[in-house]
Design a protein around this ligand. Structure first.
Ligand code: HSE
Length: 305
């Protein structure tokens, strides 16, 4: 039966001030997935990556998405999915979203593209719910649409793709564990009006900056007075990496998703490489293993290869 191979990119959720509403796809890393339509109704998941993720369909983020699609569309077919993950689980780079969105995208392609992108976001969020307990779409939307997306609402799904930008992204993943569920639990339940006003000024300014391709405005608005002050405590050397990156010429940056990865945006390859080097050396000083990625913003999203 029909089989396709796809690549699902990593994503940077929140984009500093846009908690749960903004996200951006990047070129590196990405997951490879192979999806086959079966004549029988089983959902078979296999991982070839050695991360020890569950392979039972109900316990796997790709599996749960396919089960929901099968149920809601009344399908007699099943799917076999072979996942080779390069986006480390728990990195804050949208690992679960890549699997969930990849499963929805792949199933849809094999079924003749009967679902809209918004419907794919709806199904893929079941994977996020399994992974973190919350149906958030800020990784899934950019993974499916590419570029930078605004989640105007996740129920009903209303996604606004923003202007594609030609910028470099440097991301470092220090090998410390930060679970999304824990990183959400520590957030304050109430926020002060003055902080809310600052935050929505930044979010609106950031969206305006993206739409006008105004890099200086993007840099001025990449500030978060609500989430970053709480979560950054979980990430070793966060403040140091941020300030050194700004000195090296970054436009701005912060925690990628719920962390522990940190990302920085810059205008040139030269600056992105300087940032990569300082991220590496800063973690080497305290013997924290890390992975560093330099990439452009991925304006395509998941693709068939
Ligand atoms: N918006 C989510 C959070 C992203 O920050 O918790 C999780 O990857």
């Amino acid at each position: 039966m029909k089989k396709i191979k796809i690549q699902a990119p990593a994503t940077v959720a929140n984009l500093v001030c846009g908690f749960d509403i903004l996200g951006m796809a990047i070129n590196n890393p990405y997951d490879d997935m192979e999806i086959q339509l079966l004549e029988t109704p089983e959902i078979i998941i296999k991982h070839t990556d050695g991360f020890g993720l569950p392979e039972k369909a109900l316990e796997n983020v790709a599996g749960i998405v396919l089960l929901k699609i099968q149920e809601d569309l009344n399908l007699k077919n099943g799917f076999e999915v072979i996942i080779h993950k390069n986006i480390k689980p728990g990195s804050g780079l949208g690992s679960s979203a890549a699997s969930a969105a990849g499963a929805a995208f792949g199933a849809n392609a094999l079924l003749g593209n009967i679902l809209s992108k918004e419907e794919l976001v709806h199904f893929a969020m079941y994977g996020e719910e399994l992974a973190s307990g919350v149906r958030h779409a800020d990784n899934i939307a950019p993974c499916l649409f590419g570029g930078i997306t605004l989640v105007k609402s996740s129920n009903p799904v209303d996604i606004i793709p923003l202007n594609p930008l030609d910028l470099f992204v440097t991301a470092v993943h220090p090998q410390v564990e930060v679970k999304t569920s824990d990183a959400r639990q520590i957030l304050k339940k109430n926020i002060q009006m003055k902080d809310a006003v600052t935050q929505w000024g930044n979010i609106a300014g950031l969206v305006a900056g993206i739409m006008k391709n105004d890099h200086a405005l993007i840099g001025r608005t990449l500030h978060d007075v609500i989430v970053e002050p709480v979560r950054s405590i979980l990430i070793p050397k966060f403040d140091e990496i941020k300030s050194k990156s700004m000195e090296a010429g970054a436009l701005g940056g912060g925690i990628s998703g719920s962390g522990p990865s940190i990302f920085m945006l810059s205008e040139t390859q030269e600056i992105s490489e300087k940032i990569a080097a300082l991220m590496k050396s800063t973690y080497q000083e305290i013997s924290v293993e890390n992975l560093v990625y330099i990439s452009k913003i991925n304006n395509t999203g998941i693709k068939i290869v």
